[in-house]
Design a protein around this ligand. Structure first.
Ligand SMILES: [Mg+2]
Length: 401
């Protein structure tokens, strides 16, 4: 590729809205109706552009606009596109030497590097990630929070209603938040409500629908109640259990034993979205001892380069790639689906189902419960200039060389 110079980087806060009000999970109060994409546009002197979002940075301890601008300027302005990534043919093999420190500290930047290098070179991020392994990437609706608390009169029936609506919209998979007894209810009452919700949803969607369960550690210290939850929901045929308790070898071994006793023996155990520096020792122990089946660092926060490295480390372990995507907006959906189309062990895209905004229709079509991925360069995500001029241009903060 002919290298191009990065002469302009911009940051824009973009609100992104859900299709419904999203309730609490085990530890956090109501998500509400909208969140943010901190969109970073990285542009070369010829006008080509790579995109990423800086949500991880802005939610972190140094999360101010001023600090982020300094970080972006130092990392990217004046670099040439051939400095960003190391490639073998179309496939990325690592990050460039001059940016390795910045990309290690801020792995989400690597997504902009993939996007930009892809556009400069006329190749897709799919090929850069190793090539397409599937055309249709399965997706699960990830918005089943504690919806029962939003409408206490209906309770579990409210969750069942929303699950039926998701099915009617074409979804075939859904993740159900549990762990109500961790903070919001007495432990035993919380476990009962969790089970009631899971069973009501299973009734509403029927047997041919994949249900995932995530407790955000809501069963910490209550392995007895977790055992009863497994038992009470055994008939619901749960596909995976996520973060039922904080990662630890002893508790995960107990979970495997409890699963063997009840009908959920085939269910996967997954965790790792909280691992900020993967693969941290406790997760490596779980992987080495065969105690987890899927590992979840965030698809944007850990970035494409980080995930390629993770997949190299996971190879042969039997542990699947199940990247976290909640909170990444429409940008994250694009990144997650593209990664899913290129990853051999990817299971399902975590779909926030947010309303479209800012971007042109991106050529991903939702069908058969997943996203069909077409042909494109880079990430293939294009900003709509009219929407940009109307809604965002006035809030764009530009740094240039
Ligand atoms: Mg989770």
């Amino acid at each position: 590729m002919a290298a191009e110079k990065i002469t302009r980087v911009s940051l824009t806060h973009i609100p992104v809205s859900y299709r419904k009000e999203v309730g609490k999970n085990a530890y956090i109060d109501n998500i509400g109706r909208s969140r943010s994409e901190w969109l970073v546009r990285v542009r070369t002197d010829s006008g080509l552009e790579g995109l990423t979002i800086a949500n991880r940075f802005m939610r972190g301890p140094d999360g101010t606009v001023a600090a982020l601008l300094d970080t972006l300027k130092e990392a990217l302005i004046g670099r040439t596109t051939d400095e960003l990534l190391a490639l073998d043919g179309d496939q990325v093999t690592g990050v460039g030497k001059t940016v390795s420190r910045a990309f290690r500290d801020h792995p989400w930047m690597t997504n902009a590097a993939f996007d930009l290098v892809g556009r400069v070179s006329g190749i897709s991020c799919l090929d850069m990630l190793g090539g397409r392994v599937r055309d249709l990437v399965p997706a699960y609706d990830t918005t089943m929070y504690f919806q029962d608390f939003l409408d206490p009169g209906k309770g579990a029936a409210k969750c069942a209603e929303e699950a039926a609506a998701a099915k009617a919209s074409g979804y075939r998979q859904m993740k159900i938040k549990t762990g109500r007894g961790g903070r919001w209810m007495l432990p035993e009452d919380g476990m009962r409500r969790d089970a009631e919700v899971v069973l009501a949803i299973r009734d509403a969607v029927g047997p041919d629908f994949t249900l995932l369960v995530d407790a955000n550690f809501g069963y910490d210290g209550r392995m007895d109640l977790l055992g009863r939850f497994f038992e009470e929901t055994a008939s619901a045929n749960i596909f995976w259990f996520e973060e039922m308790v904080t990662a630890g070898v002893d508790v995960y071994r107990q979970m495997r034993e409890m699963q063997a006793k009840h009908a959920g023996a085939k269910s996967l155990l997954v965790c790792g979205e909280v691992d900020r520096n993967p693969i941290s020792p406790v997760f490596q122990d779980l992987i080495d001892q065969g105690l987890i089946d899927g590992y979840q660092p965030d698809i944007v926060s850990h970035g494409f380069a980080g995930w390629m490295e993770l997949e190299r480390q996971l190879e042969g372990s039997g542990v699947k790639s199940v990247p976290h995507n909640f909170g990444n907006g429409r940008y994250g959906a694009r990144a997650s689906v593209i990664f899913g189309a290129a990853s051999k062990t990817f299971v399902s895209h975590e779909d926030e189902r947010q309303h479209d905004h800012t971007y042109k229709p991106d050529g991903l079509t939702f069908e058969d419960g997943g996203y069909r991925v077409g042909e494109f360069h880079g990430l293939g995500l294009e900003i709509d200039p009219d929407i940009w001029a109307r809604d965002h241009a006035a809030h764009e903060i530009v740094i240039s060389a």
